[in-house]
Design a protein around this ligand. Structure first.
Ligand code: HEM
Ligand SMILES: *[C@@H]1O[C@H](CO)[C@@H](O)[C@H](O)[C@H]1NC(C)=O
Ligand SMILES: *[C@@H]1O[C@H](CO)[C@@H](O)[C@H](O)[C@H]1NC(C)=O
Ligand SMILES: *[C@@H]1O[C@H](CO)[C@@H](O)[C@H](O)[C@H]1NC(C)=O
Ligand SMILES: CC(=O)N[C@H]1CO[C@H](CO)[C@@H](O)[C@@H]1O
Length: 327
């Protein structure tokens, strides 16, 4: 090996350290040969396919789960831990779902190769599989994550739906993700649902003006007012992608909707209007390679503050750490 080559490798590693991804252990196909000749990714894929055929909404559930796992304390499956004060008890977690899907995949891989496959990797593999099953692009994921042992509700600091584009960019930057990554990742809102309580202000009293958000399409506004009456205590679900033909598919429809001023959450709408992101949104809406770039952004999200090598552990159950901590 030439000296120049070795130096380049070392430098690449130093630079990668700044983005939090250089423990040398996250790699494509990490489980190859670690479970005899069994293809661990195919095993997980089979479980996800079976769940998806019964409930296609698992795409949304898993996308949101990966985002929340990776954004709080890194992609270490800390979101899966049960406990009185764990991350999943924090308010923004109220609607994260899909824990049973990960449990189901974990049970199968444990029965074949106990103690080999991390819960953190299962989240990432399962999300990738669900995206592909929904009609989105299939991307290649890296594996080799280890599971964390700490999960605290107090660590949960997720962006609110009314966050500004520039504050959201800052929040993503802190995780090593740039504004383009953010624009592609918010494309996750091309599937799934939200609830009236998270955008009702936009319908009746936007920023205490006593009026609706002027950026919302009036047809959508009237539809949503019927769905979300002003003083109702019922918190109805509403599709994040308002195109009924593609609200279950991971595609670029979300971007076309927000350009038509049919974004549901405030951040969704602002993404199309803010000069920091409107050009990227316009390009994606016109067809600029959404599925490839979305996959690349998911891979980058999946590398945020990971535990690798000898860090953390491989949990036996995704809901509990292996050795309870003693205080
Ligand atoms: C600034 C960043 C983000 C904010 C403020 C945000 C906010 C929200 C909110 C408020 C909901 C609705 C929750 C509810 O009504 O119960 C939601 C749902 C969802 N989010 Fe995000 N989100 C962000 C980024 C992301 C990212 C990066 C992804 C994935 C790549 C994602 C995927 C989803 C999905 C799929 C749903 C629907 C979940 C379901 O149907 O169960 N979000 N998000
Ligand atoms: C939660 O709190 C209850 C009551 O304090 C306690 O009995 C239980 O063991 C706790 N559960 C966990 C998982 O820590
Ligand atoms: C909802 O409550 C507010 C404040 O109490 C009131 O001003 C408004 O008229 C009510 N709206 C409806 C549709 O009942
Ligand atoms: C983006 O925003 C800038 C500044 O407001 C505006 O000049 C430009 O026309 C917008 N571009 C698109 C594609 O919406
Ligand atoms: C699934 C889950 O654990 N949800 C929790 C989210 O946060 C609320 C409020 O703290 C809890 O009551 C839920 O149990």
């Amino acid at each position: 090996m030439s000296k120049a080559y070795t130096t380049t490798l070392a430098l690449a590693c130093i630079f990668a350290t700044f983005s939090g991804s250089c423990n040398g252990a996250l790699q494509v196909g990490f489980y190859r040969g670690k479970c005899r000749t069994v293809d661990v990714e195919a095993i997980v894929g089979g479980v996800i396919r079976a769940w998806f055929s019964r409930d296609p909404t698992i795409v949304a559930a898993l996308l949101r789960m990966q985002f929340h796992d990776c954004f709080v304390n890194g992609c270490d499956a800390s979101i899966l831990l049960d406990g009185n004060n764990s991350e999943k008890t924090a308010i923004p977690n109220l609607s994260v779902r899909g824990y049973e899907i990960i449990d189901a995949a974990k049970v199968v891989v444990e029965s074949i190769c106990p103690g080999v496959v991390s819960c953190a990797d299962i989240i990432v593999m399962a999300t990738r599989d669900a995206v592909a099953l929904s009609g989105g692009g299939r991307y290649i994921v890296q594996t080799g994550r280890r599971d964390g042992t700490v999960s605290l509700a107090n660590n949960v600091n997720l962006p609110a739906p009314s966050i500004s584009v520039s504050n959201s960019i800052n929040a993503f930057n802190k995780k090593g993700l740039n504004s383009n990554d953010m624009v592609y990742l918010l494309g996750g809102h091309t599937v799934g649902i939200t609830h009236c309580s998270l955008f009702r202000d936009r319908l009746y009293n936007f920023q205490n003006t006593g009026k609706p958000d002027p950026t919302m399409d009036t047809t959508l506004l009237n539809t949503l007012k019927r769905r979300c009456p002003q003083n109702s205590t019922v918190d109805n679900p509403v599709n994040l992608d308002q195109n009924p033909l593609s609200s279950m598919t991971v595609d670029n429809s979300y971007y076309r909707q927000i350009i038509l001023r049919r974004g549901i959450l405030q951040i969704d709408q602002e993404l199309a209007l803010d000069p920091l992101t409107n050009l990227t949104v316009a390009a994606i809406a016109k067809g600029f390679d959404f599925s490839t770039r979305f996959g690349q952004a998911m891979v980058k999200l999946g590398a945020v503050e990971v535990l690798t090598g000898a860090q953390g552990e491989i949990r036996r159950s995704c809901r509990a750490i292996n050795t309870p901590l003693k205080n």
